[in-house]
Ligand binder design. Sequence first.
Ligand SMILES: CC(C)(COP(=O)(O)OP(=O)(O)OC[C@H]1O[C@@H](n2cnc3c(N)ncnc32)[C@H](O)[C@@H]1OP(=O)(O)O)[C@@H](O)C(=O)NCCC(=O)NCCS
Length: 179
Amino acid sequence: MAVTYFKRFRMELDLSSWKPASDLPEGYFWREWSENLLDLHAEIKFLSFSHEVDSQVFPILGDRWGCQRLMREIRLKPGFLPQATWLIGCDQGYCATIQGVVDRTGFGSIQNVAVLPGYRRKGLGKALVSKALEGFSNYGLRKAMLEVTAENPNAVRMYRDLGFTKAKTTYKAVTSDWV
Ligand SMILES: CC(C)(COP(=O)(O)OP(=O)(O)OC[C@H]1O[C@@H](n2cnc3c(N)ncnc32)[C@H](O)[C@@H]1OP(=O)(O)O)[C@@H](O)C(=O)NCCC(=O)NCCS
C-alpha cells in the first residue's frame, strides 16, 4: 500500500461583514432545492469532480454511484440547509451545484462546489458560493467555513476572492495499492 498526504486548508468567513453578490451572468438561472433534484446534484458533482485532484483525495467523488451516496448522506445530515443548496441552469440544462449544512459548532459549512468543465470561468463558481453564503446569513448564521485541497489553487483563489481566510492546515492521508 502507498500513502499520499494531501494538504488541506480550512477556510473561514465572517458573515457579519459580508455583502451578498450572488448575481448570475445573463442566460443562467437559479433552481432551489427539491428532493427530486438529488440525483441531478449528484450527477453534476460527479461530472465536475471526476478528473480533478479532489477525486484522488476523496475517491467517492470520482464515482457516479459514490456521488449519489454522498448526496444522500449530505441530505440526511441534521443541519442540511435547503437555502444554501442550489443548482444553476441554462438553456442547455443544469451545469453547477452547491450544498450547504449547519455544522455542530454553528458554522455554515459549504459541502461541494462544482461547475461542469465547459461552464467554468464565467463567474458561476463565485455566484454559487455567494448564494450559499446568503442562505447561511438569512438563516441567522454568523460564520461560514469550507475545506479545500491546497493542490486546487483555482478554488483556493476563488474562496480568497470571496473573503475567506485560512484558519487551519490539515493533512489527509489517502492509501492506494501499488501498481
Ligand atoms: C473551482 C470551481 C468551482 C470554480 O468555478 P468557476 O465557475 O470556474 O469559478 P468562477 O468563474 O466564479 O471564478 C472564480 C475565481 O476563481 C479563480 N479561478 C477559477 N478558475 C480559475 C482558473 N482556471 N485559473 C485561474 N483562476 C481561476 C479566479 O480567481 C476566478 O476569479 P476571476 O475569474 O475573477 O479571475 C470549478 O473550477 C470546479 O468546479 N472545479 C472542480 C470541482 C472543485 O474543485 N470544486 C472546489 C472544491 S473545494
